[in-house]
Write a protein that binds this ligand. Structure first.
Ligand code: IMP
Ligand code: MG
Length: 186
C-alpha cells in the first residue's frame, strides 16, 4: 500500500500480524487478571479513537467485573505531535476511589498519558494502571512507561488496528509502519 505523507511516498510495511496481536492481547489480559482482584470492579478508561479495537479485544479477556468508560483526546496532526493535548470529551464523572485501567493505542511522547494520569489523580481515583498496545520507549521518559505494553517499537509512524494517519487506516486488522519508498526493483 502506498501512502503519501507531506509529499513523500511511503510504504506501509506490516509489523505485527492479526494473529500476533491476538496472541499478545490475550497474554496481556491474562497478566492483568493475575495482578487484579478477581471480585473488585475495574473501570476501563478507553482513549478514543485509537484504542477502540485494542480495548474491544482486551476487555473480552478480562475476568473481573468491569465498567467501560471512554475519553477522547487529540494531539496529533499528520505524523507529528502538536504537543498540546486536548480533551475533546470530559473525564467520566464519579471516578473517586475507583481502580482504573487506562487503555491507550500507543505511547509516543507520553504527553497524553501524563495529562490523563494528572486528571485522574485530581479526580482522586484509588489506583491507576495503563495498558497500551504499542510503546515507543525512545520517544519518552522511561518513568512514563505503562504497566502493560503489547509491543515496544522504534520511532517510525505506525497505522492500523485502531491507529490512524489523519483519521484513516484504523480498520486495518494488522499494524504497519510507514517507511520511505525506495525505487529499487522488487
Ligand atoms: P503522545 O501524547 O505523544 O504519547 O501520543 C499519544 C497519541 O498520539 C496516541 O494515543 C496516538 O493516538 C497518537 N500517536 C502517536 N504515535 C502514533 C503513531 O505512530 N501512529 C498513530 N498515532 C500515533
Ligand atoms: Mg491518534
Amino acid at each position: 500500500m502506498q501512502i503519501v505523507v507531506e509529499g513523500r511516498p511511503m510504504v506501509a510495511r506490516p509489523l505485527y500480524s492479526r494473529e500476533q496481536i491476538e496472541n499478545r492481547v490475550a497474554t496481556l489480559a491474562a497478566q492483568i487478571n493475575r495482578e487484579s482482584d478477581a471480585e473488585a470492579c475495574l473501570t476501563v478508561l478507553i482513549v478514543l479513537h485509537g484504542a477502540f479495537l485494542f480495548a474491544a479485544d482486551l476487555v473480552r479477556g478480562l475476568a473481573m467485573p468491569t465498567l467501560i468508560e471512554t475519553i477522547r483526546l487529540r494531539s496529533y496532526h499528520g505524523t507529528q505531535s502538536s504537543g498540546v493535548i486536548e480533551a475533546v470529551t470530559p473525564l467520566p464523572a464519579d471516578l473517586k476511589g475507583k481502580d482504573v485501567l487506562i487503555v491507550e493505542d500507543i505511547v509516543d511522547t507520553g504527553k497524553s498519558l501524563a495529562y490523563l494520569r494528572q486528571a485522574l489523580e485530581k479526580a482522586q481515583v484509588a489506583r491507576v494502571r495503563v495498558a497500551c498496545l504499542l510503546d515507543k520507549p525512545d520517544a519518552h521518559d522511561p518513568a512514563l512507561t505503562p504497566e502493560y505494553v503489547g509491543f515496544s517499537i522504534g520511532k517510525n509512524f505506525v497505522i492500523g488496528y485502531g491507529l490512524d494517519l489523519d483519521g484513516k487506516y484504523r480498520n486495518l486488522p494488522y499494524v504497519a509502519e510507514l517507511v520511505p519508498q525506495t525505487n529499487s526493483p522488487a
